[in-house]
Write a new protein. Structure first.
Lengths: 433, 148
C-alpha cells in the first residue's frame, strides 16, 4: 500500500510539472492553506436535526467566546482578544432581519466570561470580574466605569480563562483553571512525578464563589467552593436542581508522557471529558485521578503511581456524564425555553471546541451535543445536536477546521446561540415544525 | 483539477505513512548527511513534538505555536536550540498568543536535538541549514537548566 502510494505520488509529481511546487508545499503540510477557498456559507454548513435551522447574527467578528442574550434579544459577547480596543460587544438587530446592525463595543480587556442577571452584565478578564449596570433597553449605563467585583485571580497562561455564572441567591461562581497538565514537578515532562500534595490547588484548579454585588473581592474574601478541577470553561447554573454544573477539560498526553501504560490509540480517547454537578466542598480529584470512561471508574493518575488499572485510595466525586477524551468542552447550557421540542426541556447542550491532543490519531469534536435530563439527572445517552462546524470529516481528522464552537446562550424566544472563536461567527439555531 | 485533488489525497496518505522521503530538502552539498539527519529527526519529532505541534507542524491555535515558516525555527540556531533544551511558555507570535507549555527536553541527546531541529527546519515548507550535535553541545554547556 505504502509503495503504491509512493509510486502514485512520484508519477503524479513527474506528470504534473505544474503541480510540483504546490506539491512540495503540500507534502510539508501547509498545502491545505494554498488551495483556493471554497465559498463557505456558515449558516447552512451546520448539520442539525430535522426542523432546526441556523442563521448567523455576525460573521468575521474575532475571537468570540461566551455570550448572553438579554430579555429584549440584545446580545453581549466577550472577545478573547479586544477588537478595535474593545473586548465586549453589544449586538442589536433593530430592523428584525436577524443580523446585528447596531454594534457597540466597550471594555478594553480580553477574556471569556459573560453573564447577565437582574439588570447587570458581568464580564471577566483572565484575572478580574467586572459588572456593568444595564438600563431598561439593556444599554450599558457607564461602559467605561464598571464595578470591579473580583480581582487578582491567577493567570499563568495555561488554562487562564475565567468562566462565570450566577445562581439565584446573589452569588457568582468563577473558574480558576490549573496552570498545569497534571501537577508534575516538571510540567508535561516525561516521567516527572506529581507534586504531593499538589500546591496549585490552593489558588487554582477549582471554582470560587463570590458575592455578585460586592466590589473589590479577592481570594481571601471569596469561598473556595469546589476543588480538583483541572480546567472548566463551560459551566451553568441548573435551576431545576438549584446547583452548579461544570464541564472539565481532562488531562493531556497520557501516551507521550507515560508510553509504558498507554498507547496513542488509548490516549486519544482517555481520559473522559466529565460533566460534574458541584456542591460546596466538592472534590473532583485532579490531579490525583482521572475518569476512565471505558472502565467506568476513577483510576489513579500515572504521576501518582497509577498504571491505568490501579484505583485511587479514596473516591472523589463521580461525574454525571463522561464524554470521550480531549473534545474540549467550552460551553454548557441548560435549555429552559419553550421553542424546541419537549425532549430538550431542561436538558444540557455542550459545545465541544474540538481536540488537538488526539494526534497522531484523528482529531474529534467540533460539535454541539445534547444530553437529555429528567429530574435533574441525565435520562439518556448524549447525541450530537449541531455538527459540521469543521467543514467535513477530513478537516475534523486533521484539526484544520472552519469553525470551533465555544459559547452557548439561550434567547428570549427559546433559540439557541452558538459562538465560534476562530473566525467570529455567532449562529442562531431555531426550531420550526 | 482532478489531478490536484488526487494529488492532495495521495500526499495526505503519504503524510500518514510517517516516512520522511521526498519531503526533505536536498541541499547541493552534504545532501546525504542532511537527508539522514532529517530521517532520524522525524522519528524524534513523532515521539517528542507531534503531540503539540501536530502532524503538519502548524501547531494549535492559542496553545502551541506553528513551526511552519516560523521565525524562531528558521532564524538563530542558538535561540532555537535553547527553546528545545529549556522549554517555553506563554509567547506572542505575530499578534497571536500561545499558552501551551513546552517542557525542557534536556533528556534528549545532542544528536537527537540536532536531528529533530534539522527535520523541523526542512519540513512543513521550511528550508534551512542543518543543526549539528556540536552546536547543541555548546549551547547545552552554556545554558542552565530552568528552575523547577
Amino acid at each position: 500500500m505504502k509503495s503504491t502510494i509512493k509510486n502514485f505520488y512520484l508519477a503524479t509529481a513527474l506528470c504534473l510539472a505544474g503541480f510540483v511546487a504546490f506539491g512540495a508545499n503540500d507534502l510539508s503540510g501547509d498545502g491545505g492553506k494554498k488551495k483556493p477557498a471554497k465559498p463557505v456559507d456558515a449558516a447552512s454548513q451546520l448539520k442539525l436535526p430535522g426542523g432546526f435551522k441556523a442563521s448567523t447574527v455576525v460573521e468575521g467578528f474575532g475571537r468570540t467566546r461566551h455570550l448572553v442574550v438579554a430579555p429584549n434579544g440584545v446580545i453581549f459577547v466577550k472577545l478573547e482578544r479586544p477588537k478595535d480596543g474593545k473586548g465586549i460587544y453589544r449586538l442589536e438587530d433593530t430592523n428584525g432581519d436577524g443580523k446585528a446592525d447596531k454594534i457597540t463595543g466597550f471594555g478594553n480587556y480580553g477574556g471569556t466570561g459573560m453573564a447577565i442577571k437582574d439588570g447587570y452584565l458581568y464580564a471577566s478578564s483572565n484575572t478580574d470580574v467586572y459588572r456593568y449596570k444595564l438600563d431598561g433597553s439593556n444599554d450599558v449605563v457607564n461602559p467605561d466605569q464598571p464595578e470591579k467585583i473580583v480581582s487578582g485571580l491567577l493567570d499563568r497562561n495555561q488554562h487562564n480563562s475565567k468562566s462565570i455564572v450566577l445562581d439565584n441567591s446573589g452569588n457568582i461562581y468563577v473558574n480558576v483553571g490549573a496552570y498545569s497538565n497534571a501537577c508534575q514537578i516538571q510540567d508535561r515532562t516525561k516521567g516527572s512525578p506529581g507534586r504531593m500534595p499538589c500546591p496549585i490547588l490552593d489558588s487554582a484548579g477549582g471554582i470560587w464563589q463570590f458575592k455578585a454585588d460586592q466590589p473589590n473581592q479577592t481570594y481571601g474574601t471569596g469561598t473556595h467552593y469546589a476543588t480538583g478541577l483541572r480546567n472548566v470553561v463551560g459551566l451553568d447554573w441548573n435551576g431545576q436542581t438549584n446547583s452548579l454544573f461544570v464541564m472539565m477539560h481532562g488531562r493531556d498526553q497520557l501516551s507521550s508522557l507515560w508510553p509504558q501504560y498507554w498507547d496513542d490509540k488509548q490516549s486519544a480517547e482517555l481520559p473522559a471529558e466529565c460533566m460534574y454537578e458541584l456542591h460546596q466542598g466538592s472534590n473532583c480529584g485532579w490531579p490525583y485521578i482521572f475518569y476512565d470512561q471505558n472502565q467506568h471508574r476513577q483510576v489513579l493518575g500515572p504521576e501518582y503511581g497509577g498504571d491505568g488499572k490501579k484505583g485511587p485510595d479514596k473516591e472523589y466525586q463521580e461525574p454525571v456524564v463522561a464524554f470521550p477524551g480531549h473534545l474540549a468542552p467550552d460551553g454548557l447550557l441548560f435549555y429552559t425555553g419553550n421553542q424546541f421540542p419537549e425532549k430538550y426541556k431542561n436538558g444540557a447542550f455542550v459545545a465541544f471546541h474540538g481536540s488537538w491532543n488526539r494526534a497522531p490519531e484523528p482529531q474529534a469534536g467540533f460539535f454541539v451535543v445534547f444530553v437529555p435530563f429528567a429530574n435533574g439527572k441525565p435520562s439518556g445517552n448524549w447525541e450530537v445536536f449541531a455538527d459540521n462546524f469543521s467543514g467535513g470529516p477530513d478537516k475534523t481528522a486533521s484539526g484544520r477546521v472552519d469553525y470551533r464552537p465555544c459559547g452557548l446562550a439561550q434567547g428570549p424566544d427559546g433559540s439557541l446561540y452558538v459562538t465560534d472563536d476562530t473566525k467570529g461567527v455567532i449562529w442562531k439555531i431555531a426550531y420550526n415544525k | 483539477m482532478l489531478g490536484g485533488v488526487l494529488f492532495v489525497l495521495a500526499t495526505t496518505l503519504m503524510s500518514q505513512t510517517a516516512k520522511p522521503t521526498s519531503q526533505t530538502a536536498k541541499p547541493t552539498t552534504q545532501g546525504g548527511a542532511m537527508a539522514a539527519q532529517v530521517t532520524r529527526g522525524k522519528q524524534v519529532y513523532l515521539q517528542q513534538c507531534l503531540a503539540c505541534h501536530q502532524v503538519d507542524g502548524l501547531g494549535v491555535q492559542g496553545m502551541n505555536p506553528p513551526l511552519a515558516k516560523a521565525k524562531a525555527v528558521l532564524g538563530d540556531k542558538a535561540a532555537l536550540i535553547k527553546i528545545v533544551l529549556n522549554g517555553m511558555q506563554g509567547v506572542d507570535i505575530g499578534g497571536e498568543s500561545y499558552n501551551g507549555v513546552m517542557a525542557p527536553h534536556r533528556d534528549l541527546t545532542d544528536q537527537e536535538v540536532a536531528d529533530a531541529l534539522t527535520y523541523v527546519r526542512n519540513s512543513f515548507g521550511n528550508k534551512a541549514s542543518a543543526v549539528t550535535a556540536a552546536q547543541v553541545k555548546t549551547i547545552r554547556a552554556t545554558t542552565k537548566p530552568p528552575a523547577q
